[in-house]
Design a protein around this ligand. Structure first.
Ligand SMILES: Cc1cc2nc3c(=O)[nH]c(=O)nc-3n(C[C@H](O)[C@H](O)[C@H](O)COP(=O)(O)OP(=O)(O)OC[C@H]3O[C@@H](n4cnc5c(N)ncnc54)[C@H](O)[C@@H]3O)c2cc1C
Length: 476
C-alpha cells in the first residue's frame, strides 16, 4: 500500500447502510474510488427506510412518501419511470370526529381548516419564537374574521392539528419547534405525497444501487460491499493518516476515510464512546442542541376495509372533559394518536400515527396492550363498529439502539445554542488538513433534514467532498 492513497487504494468505510450511506457509497464508486465498504449494525439495509411485507403487498415502517418534485433528488432519480403515484388530495378528505361521536359538518371543518392553513408562518417576517406560539396566535386571529364557529370545537381542532404538524417535525409539541428553522426548511414544490404503490420506499435504494427490483436481496453495485450485523464500537482518529475502527465483535478495520451516517439519536447516546479523541466542542453542541423526536406508525389489516365507503380516515378531536378523564387513566398515551387513514394500494389496511413522549411510552407496552388501546380509541370516536384486525404492526423507532428516534428538527434550544446541521456536517480533518471523518445523514442537512431526499443529498455531499480533495491533490 503506497503511503499516499489514491482513488484506487484509498480505503473508505461508511458507517450505516441507510439512504445517506448508500448514496455516498454508490457515488464514490461512480467517481472511481475502488475500496469502499459499508458497515451496518442491523441485519438489513435501508435504515429508516424499512419496507416490509404486509397486507396484500408491502408497507413502509419508516419513510413512506416522496415529498415534492422540484429540488427533490428522489423525484429526480425516478421521474422518468412509473414507480411513483400521486396521492393528491385523497387523504385530505379525512373527517374530524369528536370524542362524543360528533362528526364536524363540512362547513365547520372548512372554516377551521382554512384558519389553520393560514396560521402557518410563511416569511419574510420576524423569525424569533416558536412555531406553536405563532400558529396559536394567528389561528385565533384568523377566526375573528371568519364565520362564527363553536369556540370549544375550534380549540379541539387546533390541538388535533398541532399534533398532526408535530408529526412533520417529530417534535413533542409545537412550542419547542423553532420558527426560524421552519422558515429555513425548503419544501420541494410539486405533489407533496408521491407514494411507491405496492413496491415501497426501498425502491429508491434499489435505484441508487442499480439493483434488480425483482430480487429483494440483490444489491447491484454494492454487492459484496456491505457488511450487515456489524455494529461499530469505536472510531479512533488519533493518528494523523489513518482511522482505526473497532467493531462490537472485536474486529479491527483500518481506513483512510470514514463517512459516519448514524442517526442523531445514535450520536447523542454514543458519541462519547464512539469517537476517540472526543469530538470538538462545536460538534458536541450540535449533537446536544439538535432534536431527534419520535413518530411511530400503526398498520392494521382487516378481512375487508372496515370504513364506510365515503370515509378515508379521521382526525380525533378530544372534548376537554373526556381528555381530563383519559389523562387520569392507564390509556393516557392514546392522547397522542391523532388520526388514522386508509393506505393507498392496500384496500384492506388502515394506518394510524402517534407522536412524542406518548409514542415513546407506547413502545414499552406489549403489542396486545397497544392493539386493545387502539380498539378502545376507535370505539370512543367512531359511530360505527370496528372489527378486530387480522394482523397488526406498530413501529418502535425510539427504543431501537440503532436509531433512537425518527427524524431530526431544530428547536428553540438549538437556536439558543447557535448551532445547527452545519456544525454536525463539518468533517474532522487531521493536522495537515486531510479529511478523516465525514458526517452525513438527514440531520446534517440544513434545508432538507428529516427526509430521504435530504439524507441522499448529504451522502452525495460527502462523496463529492472526498472526490474534490483527491482531484485537487492530483492537480498539484
Ligand atoms: C416513521 C418515519 C416516517 C418517515 N417518513 C418519511 C417520508 O414519508 N418521507 C421522507 O422523505 N422521509 C421520511 N422519514 C425520514 C427518513 O426515513 C430519514 O430521514 C432517512 O431515511 C434517514 O436516512 P439516513 O441515512 O440519514 O439515516 P438512517 O436511515 O438512520 O441510516 C443510518 C444507519 O446507520 C446504522 N447504524 C447506527 N448505528 C450504527 C453503528 N454503531 N454501526 C454501524 N451502523 C450503525 C443504522 O442501523 C442505519 O441503518 C421518515 C422516518 C420515520 C422514522
Amino acid at each position: 500500500m503506497s503511503a499516499t492513497p489514491t482513488k484506487q487504494t484509498a480505503r473508505i468505510v461508511i458507517i450505516g447502510a441507510g439512504a445517506a450511506g448508500i448514496a455516498a457509497a454508490t457515488r464514490l464508486l461512480a467517481q472511481g474510488f475502488k475500496q469502499v465498504c459499508i458497515l451496518e449494525a442491523e441485519n438489513r439495509i435501508g435504515g429508516r427506510i424499512n419496507t416490509v411485507a404486509f397486507g396484500d403487498s408491502v408497507v413502509d415502517k419508516g419513510a413512506q412518501w416522496c415529498h415534492g418534485e422540484e429540488g427533490n433528488v428522489v423525484y429526480e432519480l425516478v421521474k422518468q419511470t412509473k414507480l411513483l403515484d400521486r396521492t393528491g388530495d385523497v387523504l385530505k378528505a379525512v373527517k374530524f370526529v369528536r370524542s362524543n361521536w360528533q362528526i364536524l359538518e363540512d362547513e365547520v371543518a372548512y372554516v377551521l381548516g382554512s384558519a389553520i392553513e393560514s396560521a402557518w408562518p410563511t416569511g419574510p417576517e420576524e423569525t424569533n419564537g416558536s412555531l406553536g406560539d405563532h400558529v396559536s396566535v394567528n389561528y385565533w386571529r384568523g377566526l375573528e374574521k371568519a364565520p362564527p364557529v363553536d369556540r370549544e370545537i375550534a380549540a379541539e381542532l387546533l390541538e388535533s392539528m398541532k399534533k398532526l404538524r408535530c408529526s412533520y417535525t417529530a417534535s413533542d409539541h409545537l412550542f419547542m419547534v423553532s420558527k426560524r428553522a421552519h422558515l429555513e426548511f425548503h419544501n420541494c414544490p410539486g405533489e407533496f405525497m408521491w407514494n411507491w404503490q405496492d413496491k415501497g420506499y426501498r425502491t429508491i435504494l434499489k435505484t441508487l444501487m442499480q439493483a434488480k427490483l425483482s430480487e429483494p436481496e440483490h444489491l447491484g453495485v454494492l454487492q459484496d460491499k456491505i457488511q450487515l450485523a456489524k455494529p461499530l464500537a469505536e472510531i479512533d482518529y488519533t493518528q494523523p493518516k489513518l482511522v482505526k475502527l473497532r467493531c462490537w465483535n472485536g474486529e479491527l478495520i483500518t481506513a483512510d476515510h470514514v463517512i459516519c451516517t448514524v442517526s442523531l439519536g445514535v450520536l447523542k447516546a454514543q458519541h462519547e464512546q464512539l469517537f476517540k479523541p472526543a469530538l470538538p466542542a462545536a460538534k458536541v453542541r450540535a449533537i446536544k442542541g439538535l432534536h431527534l423526536g419520535t413518530v411511530n406508525k400503526f398498520f392494521l389489516e382487516y378481512e375487508s376495509q372496515p370504513l364506510p365507503y365515503d370515509w378515508v380516515g379521521a382526525n380525533f378531536l378530544w372534548l376537554f372533559e373526556d381528555l381530563a378523564v383519559l389523562r387520569g387513566s392507564e390509556r393516557f398515551w392514546l392522547e397522542s394518536v391523532f388520526g388514522f387513514h386508509r393506505v393507498l394500494h392496500q384496500p384492506r389496511l388502515l394506518q394510524a400515527w402517534i407522536i412524542g413522549e406518548h409514542a415513546r411510552h407506547m413502545e414499552t407496552l406489549s403489542e396486545q396492550e397497544v392493539l386493545d388501546g387502539l380498539q378502545w380509541l376507535f370505539r370512543k370516536f367512531l359511530p360505527f363498529n370496528m372489527p378486530q384486525p387480522q394482523a397488526f404492526i406498530r413501529t418502535q423507532w425510539h427504543s431501537n439502539p440503532n436509531f433512537r428516534g425518527s427524524y431530526s428538527s431544530r428547536t428553540n434550544y438549538t437556536d439558543e445554542l447557535r448551532t445547527g446541521p452545519w456544525d454536525l456536517e463539518t468533517p474532522l480533518l487531521d493536522e495537515a488538513g486531510r479529511p478523516r471523518v465525514h458526517f452525513a445523514g438527514e440531520a446534517t442537512n440544513k434545508h432538507h433534514h428529516s427526509s430521504v431526499h435530504g439524507a441522499i443529498e448529504t451522502g452525495w455531499r460527502e462523496a463529492d467532498r472526498l472526490n474534490q480533495y483527491y482531484n485537487a491533490r492530483n492537480a498539484q
